[in-house]
Design a protein around this ligand. Structure first.
Ligand code: FAD
Length: 511
């Protein structure tokens, strides 16, 4: 939309959305002294970032140094090259080069502090780190953030079920959002407006000069004299867009907050002339089907086997979640499929599920799980061919004796063993399925957000089809197409890269 009307308000920077990337952009701008407005369409701050485990993949920083973990930017670049080849070299190296500077900048603010946390890189490739390159925000005591805590979206296990968030410090994604929010507020240059949705952008002579937002009072035109940073997530909750773009998965199975990220900012950027790419991509993960029809992010399997509709294993069940998601996405007949486990785990699935507050009995009542005394009866209850199911379990149980998964090499990567009990042998991830009663859990394809969006340069400037930058317009987080394309290199790539590019964007404003 071009400008032929008066402005209702004026800021130097307008930031759209309030996930980690948007807040990092707002904070970095405000700390530079720029008058910054952040608009968030829901009544809570943080989006999927607040739901997250808050692992941030930021290689070669002072946080690794403090923990005596050997890492460097050069090593991270070599790892990314081994994993991604020639894909997006310029942006990925800008990301790696800026990670140490971002962490130093953040931690120079008393509101922000990280600690190193062990979490293996997702590919067993040249220069991968078996203990990873990730960090997490230190838990944030409520007394430090005060009433602002009430503005932060609760963790997914509470928010999704409309349950009050427990007392105690803000943890994980909540701590990350809380710390960035506190830091932004302390600058004195940040204004936050909740329940205020971007609906369009204003362009004048090819430059983006403002945002059109909608709130309870109607439509307002906000002048952004230096720029607009779009950090409003992807389009994971918009099934029509997923269908049009051929993005595997389902808006009902995504882990992002229901209905929040529907691609409005990407669409506004396109209208302003921005190119889009990678729209079929997402940060995928296995989803354990839930009684209400949605899904829970499932990772860290230690036991059990995953069978397709033919009753056959089709992958290493311990694969990093995005890689397993891609295996599912590549063969839609694997959605849904069944995860088979036995009673040695006390009737619980042998893995981690978020949210984890649905009991086995609720699953059994809803039919998302079935239970049987024999494998034959389990086959009847799931509809899987009995002979194939029995043969698959027998073959797998044989591998648990030798300690070698001859079919899918489960347990051979450091990541596979990260969630396993090292005491268990001969293969810590190879635990037999032989103790009745047996269980089957229905599995689908979930995601942590889509990762295709507006095409951007090393400073998060939105690019046109011809490669020229649209002045005044930036896109970060899942509103932009990720440099990582079809790869998820390490735990915390979405958050780490989102914050780095938002920081880089803020440095170019009013340069
Ligand atoms: P979001 O954080 O979703 O923020 C987008 C915000 O924009 C939302 O608040 C939304 O309401 C708002 N918005 C949308 N449209 C508009 C509009 N038109 N106007 C105004 N506001 C708008 N990633 C990691 O890196 N490390 C992890 O440990 C990790 N763990 C995860 C665990 C779980 C359970 C989940 C669900 C995800 C996890 N992820 C993790 C993935 C990561 O959280 C997301 O991919 C990432 O947070 C997306 O960030 P974002 O800023 O793009 O979007």
């Amino acid at each position: 939309m071009s400008n032929n009307q008066a402005w209702d308000d004026e800021y130097e920077v307008v930031v759209v959305g309030s996930g980690a990337a948007a807040l990092a952009g707002a904070y970095s701008s405000a700390r530079r002294g720029l008058k910054t407005l952040l608009v968030e369409k829901t009544n809570l701050l943080g989006g999927a970032s607040a739901y997250s485990g808050a692992s941030c993949w930021l290689p070669g920083t002072q946080v690794q140094q403090r923990a005596d973990v050997e890492d460097s930017s050069e090593s991270a670049k070599a790892y990314l090259k081994a994993v991604m080849g020639d894909h997006e070299v310029e942006r990925r190296e800008a990301f790696v080069d800026t990670a140490p500077e971002l962490v130093e900048f953040f931690e120079s603010d008393p509101a922000i502090e990280f600690y190193w946390t062990a979490f293996p890189d997702y590919f067993n490739a040249h220069e991968s780190k078996p203990l990873g390159r990730s960090m997490m925000p230190v838990d944030l005591p409520r007394e430090e953030i005060g009433e602002l805590a009430d503005l932060v979206r609760p963790l997914v296990e509470y928010d999704r079920y409309n349950q009050p968030h427990p007392e105690g410090p803000l943890t994980a994604g909540q701590a990350l959002i809380g710390r960035l929010l506190l830091a932004l507020t302390n600058t004195g240059n940040g204004t936050i407006q909740l329940e205020t949705e971007l609906v369009d952008l204003v362009t004048e002579d090819g430059r983006v000069t403002g945002a059109i937002v909608k709130d309870a009072e109607g439509i307002r035109r906000i002048h952004a004299t230096e720029g607009v940073i779009l950090g409003a997530g992807g389009f994971e909750a918009n099934q029509d867009l997923r269908t049009v773009n051929g993005t595997p998965g389902n808006s009902g199975w995504t882990m992002a907050p229901a209905g929040a990220n529907i691609g409005t900012a990407i669409r506004a950027g396109q209208k302003a002339g921005g190119a889009v790419e990678q729209l079929h991509q997402a940060w995928w993960c296995p989803g354990a089907a839930q009684p209400k029809g949605n899904a829970a992010f499932a990772l860290g399997f230690r036991g059990g086997v995953w069978l397709d509709a033919n009753g056959k294993r089709f992958a290493n069940e311990c694969l990093p979640y995005d890689q397993m998601g891609r295996v599912l996405a590549a063969a839609p007949e694997r959605i849904p499929s069944w995860f088979i486990f036995d009673s040695r785990f006390g009737g619980q699935m042998p893995g981690i599920m978020r949210p984890f507050n649905t009991s086995p009995q609720e699953h059994l009542d809803a039919g998302t799980w079935v239970k049987a005394d024999t494998l034959e009866e389990l086959a009847a209850a799931t509809g899987l061919p009995a002979d194939a199911l029995q043969a698959s379990i027998e073959r797998f149980n044989g591998f648990t004796v030798t300690g070698v998964d001859e079919d899918f090499h489960r347990g051979e990567n450091p990541y596979d063993q990260f969630f396993a009990d090292p005491e268990y042998g001969p293969g810590p991830t190879l635990i037999p399925v032989d103790q009745a009663p047996f269980y089957a859990a229905r599995m689908v394809l979930s995601d942590l957000g889509t990762k295709g969006g507006l095409r951007t340069d090393v400073d998060a400037r939105v690019l046109r089809e011809d490669g020229t930058a649209i002045e005044g317009l930036y896109a970060v987080g899942n509103t932009s197409a990720s440099f990582s394309g079809g790869f998820y290199p390490g735990p915390g790539t979405p958050l780490g890269s989102g914050m780095v590019f938002a920081y880089r964007a803020a440095q170019t404003l009013k340069a």
